[in-house]
Write a protein that binds this ligand. Structure first.
Ligand code: NAP
Ligand code: G4F
Length: 375
């Protein structure tokens, strides 16, 4: 008969709550042999972000217990995960949130040693490239130093048990690209404080893999978007504005460089690739991309076209959105991930734009109803 044993650890989310990790022991006829079946557990930094929310959903579907790092703020930041969050006292709950910050290495190590996750996904970062020019030092501390703090925490845990680490590396590291398409072998030429911080984190991840024989991998992900994308990234800024314009809630959309080319995929496809990297037989670095690139203008044309609007009538250029240095062209080659992980991006740019437009049209309709009620 299976016997269930529970391990308790402490979480500081909302009020103090008890985290239970279920351990099912199956004892065979021989008392000397005990088969222990434990559901896998994962620790996600950046769980409140776009990718963190999709990854948490995926891992819960796969039966994982999921722990997420949440920054304390004066308002709730858990909007993207509220549909999967349950009261920690509720039986069967497998999602637990813990306060912390990537810049606080000691607390991070304490938490990781306490939780003993099988897998760590470091998705937390100051992830906005334009903002990184305004806050270069903080961006380095969170995006670069934060990754080092995660690796150090994992190294401590790795002395006791195997822990696999995923580092969210970025196509932005290619910067002023030295070849097209970009692969795992393309040299980095970063063009922003954000990209420099990500290059640092990339090399530290490889360094920890080699120096300490750790299972630590880099996913070099090209841009991926969704209805959950932050509203100041260009695709979401466009779908939010176009749908609001359609319903008469906004007149103009102000953008920066319309000529920049990006390889845009769907975030939900990409988190599957992250998971596959940690299930691979050996630690390695992989590019995830669609293999198709379009300009910002072309993405706007698709979105405005879906709403039967002429983008020329509504889009204006505001130099405020230009960057001190720009990444002109990103186009990824994910052949290695395709061959070794069986991963490809399955959602086209048109399908992605449709998902985002439909979602943002609903938001705009709600806003229009509220505005009408106020009159
Ligand atoms: P995102 O939506 O901006 O989410 C970033 C997450 O990091 C949020 O949960 C944020 O928490 C958290 N965070 C920021 N600073 C932190 C700190 N000091 N301590 C702890 N948590 C912190 O980013 P995303 O699009 O999901 O991207 C996930 C990761 O992949 C990031 O590392 C990003 O740089 C990288 N990446 C993204 C793409 C892309 O196209 N989306 C491509 C390549 C790589 P709050 O909610 O409190 O702000
Ligand atoms: O949407 P973006 O801000 O994304 P960007 O800079 O490519 O960075 C994103 O993808 C990276 C992967 O390559 C991630 F690592 C990073 O964390 C982030 O998720 O800008 C895309 C392009 C840029 O060339 C920018 O100059 O759009 C151009 N753009 C034109 N007008 C604009 C705007 N970008 C923003 N955010 N806002 C504008 O008004």
């Amino acid at each position: 008969m299976p016997a269930a044993a529970f391990q308790c650890s402490f979480s500081s989310f909302s009020s103090a709550c008890i985290v239970l990790r279920q351990r099912i022991s199956v004892t065979t006829r021989s008392p000397a042999i005990e088969v222990v079946i434990m559901s896998k557990s994962a620790f996600i930094t950046g769980i409140t972000g776009q990718d963190g929310s999709y990854l948490a959903e995926l891992l819960l579907e796969k039966g994982y217990t999921v722990h997420g790092l949440v920054r304390r703020a004066s308002t709730f930041t858990t909007g993207r995960i509220k549909h999967i969050y349950a009261d920690p006292h509720q039986a069967g709950n497998r999602l637990f949130l813990h306060y912390g910050d990537l810049t606080d290495g000691q607390s991070l190590t304490n938490l990781v040693l306490d939780l003993e996750p099988d897998e760590i996904y470091n998705l937390g970062a100051q992830s906005h490239v334009r903002v990184s020019f305004d806050q270069p030092a903080y961006t380095f501390q969170a995006t670069g130093g934060g990754a080092l703090n995660v690796l150090e925490a994992a190294r401590q845990l790795n002395k006791k048990k195997l822990v696999k680490v995923y580092q969210a590396s970025s196509s932005e590291m290619y910067g002023e690209v030295l070849e097209t398409p970009q692969t795992e072998n393309t040299p980095f030429q970063p063009q922003s404080p954000y990209a420099c911080a990500k290059v640092y984190a990339f090399h530290q991840t490889v360094n920890y893999r080699k120096s300490y024989d750790m299972f630590a991998v880099n996913g070099i992900l090209f841009n991926h978007e969704s209805p959950r994308r932050g509203e100041t990234f260009v695709t979401r800024k466009i779908t939010r504005a176009a749908t609001r314009i359609k319903l008469g809630l906004q007149d103009k959309l102000y953008l920066g460089n319309l000529a920049a080319k990006r390889d845009w995929g769907y975030a939900k496809d990409y988190v599957e690739g992250m998971w596959r990297m940690l299930q691979h037989s050996e630690p390695d670095d992989f590019v995830l991309a669609t293999g198709r690139t379009q300009t910002v203008q072309e993405f706007a044309d698709i979105v405005f076209g879906m709403l039967q609007l002429d983008p020329k009538q509504y889009i204006e250029i505001d130099p405020r959105y230009f960057r001190p240095a720009e990444v002109d062209l990103l186009l990824g080659d994910c052949s290695k991930a395709q061959q070794k992980l069986g991963w490809t991006a399955s959602t086209s740019l048109e399908e992605l734009a449709r998902l985002m437009v439909d979602h943002d049209l609903s938001l705009a309709r709600e806003e229009a109803i509220l505005a009408a009620a106020r009159k």
